[in-house]
Design a protein around this ligand. Structure first.
Ligand code: FES
Length: 123
């Protein structure tokens, strides 16, 4: 009689978590393991990145989680939502590659993402 559990399905899940590197204004660098589905902001707070404040906790109402996405990653990260654009109208040091990190969801495709934090978070 064949053993019904002898052939488990192949594991197609990648066995590594995506890594995100945060480079702070003073040059301090943090490379963190990120959970898929978490935001880039949540990953930063969990990993002690002080350049991200995130006063509103990810509700897209404070703009204190601003990052500058490394030029090599801007296409993969995608574009801003209208709500995000509205917040960035009042943020400090906004550049064409600036995003609110609470609005970037971690996916496997973002493994290796590099973001830079500004000198100051606020309006
Ligand atoms: Fe407030 Fe991102 S955490 S806008």
């Amino acid at each position: 009689m064949p053993n019904p559990v002898s052939n488990p399905p192949p594991n197609t899940t990648p066995n590594t978590m995506p890594k995100i590197t945060y480079i702070e204004h003073d040059g301090t660098q943090h490379t963190l393991d990120a959970e898929i589905g978490a935001s880039v902001m949540e990953t930063a707070l969990k990993g002690g990145v002080t350049g991200i404040v995130a006063e509103c906790g990810g509700c897209c109402t404070c703009a204190t989680c601003l990052v500058h996405v490394d030029e090599a990653w801007t296409d993969k990260v995608g574009s801003r939502s209208e709500e995000e654009e509205d917040q960035l109208d009042f943020a400090f040091d906004v550049r064409p590659n600036s995003r609110l990190s609470c609005q970037i969801k971690v996916t496997q495709e973002l493994d290796g993402l590099v973001v830079h934090t500004p000198a100051y978070q606020g309006r």
